[in-house]
Structures are given as C-alpha cells and as structure tokens.
Design a protein around this ligand. Structure first.
Ligand SMILES: O=C(O)CCC(=O)C(=O)O
Length: 288
C-alpha cells in the first residue's frame, strides 16, 4: 500500500478558500497512491484560534465537498486531516474526515483529548466521545489527532476494535518534536500496527511546527520520515505485516487488561494461550 503524507504549512496570507483549493490540488497530484493524509486543521491553522468560529463548517459544507471531489479526482482514500466542524447543535469540534476513492465520506472522528497547554482549544471546542475503527478497502483504520498521542489507552481501544492502521493527524510544535518521535513509534510497537503520523510544517503565529511526519511499521521501525519543511512523504506499507508481527511475537494477544470502555471486566477473561512459537531468531523480525 502506498501512502502519501502531505506535510503542509498554512499560508495565512491566502484567503481560506484559496488554501482549501491549493491543498485539494496537492491531493489530486498524488493520483496512483492508495491513501493520502493531511495534517490537523491545515486550512484554519491549529494555532489560529481567532479563526475557528469564522472557518467552522458542517460536514456537508464546501470544504468537505471539495475534499470529497479531490479524493474522487485522484481516486485515492483521503484522510483529510481535520477541519473545524460546526456540529448540528452549534458546538465546534476538531473533526477528521476519511473519504473513499469515490469521494464518499466513509468515517469521521472528533478529537478526544483537547489540548489546553498554551492553547485555547479546550475553551473553543467540544471533545469527541465516539471511538471506533472503520473497515476500508485498505484494511481497518483508526483515526486519532495530535495530543491523543499522549494517551496510549485511546490507541489500544482502537487496536482492540480491530484497527490495523492508525492514522495520527497533527499540528505538533517543533519545541516538543522529540516527544512526537518517541510516541509515534511507541504507539505502533505496543499495538503491533502501522502508524501514519502526518504533522504540519511552517509557522503559525509564534509557534513553529515540527514536521517529521512518519510512517512506522508494527515493529516500531520508521519506514519513512519527513524533514521539518513542507513535503509530501511517500511510504510503502505491507498490510500483511500486522498479522505477521503478531504471530511472530504475540505481545498483543498476551495482554491481560482491556482498554475498551464498554467491557465491564477490565481484566480479560483468562483464555487458553496459543503456545509461543520458538523460532530461530534470524527468521523472525523481532530483533528491534
Ligand atoms: O502534546 C503536544 O505536545 C502537542 C499537542 C498539540 O499541539 C495538539 O494537540 O494540537
């Protein structure tokens, strides 16, 4: 599977509609990829808190329509990063959108953990409360947003819901980019899944975004990593490697606690354990 992460900067000199059109053109240029991913709030700018209200749209608004058309024109799955959504009750959310190659909106995710440190997100937005993975032609996909990376239980819930690919859309500052690198790899390794983490680039006000978008495999290995500036990062993933990693080294199936909120018993009922396979180390991938 070929994924392309568009590590975009927000050009605040351009009107909002022009920013949307420019990013849609960049999506269309990646026809031939299977999945294109955008950063968090790439059109409004995550740190442009004064613009949230003005740029908010419902999920059938012009920005979502343009993104669906771009996905269809490119014939790709499009994880369109996130937009400021105006919900049916008037509240605003940081909402991620996943489109299919026919331009249909397949799945949405409202950011669960709003960020309050030197950020007005908690004051302006309402958090999401629904977490589920979604079946696509590329496998089962879970969506997460930026600060969520610091909450391993959220990733575990999605992995327990069958996600094989976890996508992180972000506007992660350069000041804490070491945390980003560590957390993205940890979330992939501990859940034995692929993680695609698409960060923003450039400056938003006095905050510099850190770039370093990454594709990480189920062994926690970095398949591709971007620099700090604007870039389209391509990565080839082998979807079968999730199954392979889990059967070569069965840590995911050895877990005893569940993160799934709807399960009453937090301790997983004891079940017969599959015998661990003892394979010569040179034939396993588990040296990392
Ligand atoms: O956790 C961090 O350091 C960054 C989080 C963030 O910038 C966000 O959630 O948008």
């Amino acid at each position: 599977m070929r994924a392309v992460l568009i590590q975009a900067a927000v050009d605040h000199r351009q009107p909002f509609e022009r920013r949307v059109a420019a990013v849609c053109d960049r999506v269309v240029a990646h026809r031939g990829a299977d999945l294109v991913v955008l950063p968090e709030l790439w059109a409004t700018g995550y740190f442009a808190f004064d613009d949230y209200e003005r740029t908010a749209e419902p999920l059938d608004g012009p920005t979502a329509r343009a993104l669906g058309e771009a996905a269809e024109a490119a014939s790709v799955h499009l994880h369109a990063g996130s937009v400021v959504e105006r919900g049916p009750d008037g509240r605003l959310h940081n909402t991620s959108l996943l489109f299919g190659p026919d331009g249909r909106l397949l799945h949405t995710y409202r950011k669960f953990h709003l960020f309050g440190h030197r950020s007005r997100e908690t004051a302006l937005l309402a958090p999401g409360d629904t977490l589920r993975a979604h079946d696509t032609a590329l496998g089962r996909v879970g969506m997460t947003t930026c600060y969520d990376l610091r909450f391993p239980e959220l990733f575990r819930v999605l992995a327990e819901d069958g996600a094989e690919l976890l996508v992180v859309t972000a506007a992660w500052p350069a000041a804490r980019i070491d945390h980003w690198r560590l957390l993205v790899r940890a979330r992939a390794l501990e859940n034995q899944v692929h993680v695609l983490a698409c960060n923003a680039a450039g400056h938003q006000g006095d905050v510099e975004l850190g770039g370093a978008s990454m594709a990480v495999d189920p062994w926690g290995r970095v398949v591709a990593e971007a620099g700090r500036g604007e870039e389209a990062l391509a990565a080839d993933l082998d979807p079968a490697s999730v199954e392979r990693a889990r059967s070569d080294f069965p840590a995911f199936s050895d877990r005893r606690l569940t993160a799934a909120p709807e399960k009453e018993a937090r301790l997983l009922a004891s079940r017969p354990r599959a015998p661990h396979r003892v394979a010569p180390s040179r034939t396993t991938g588990c040296t990392h």
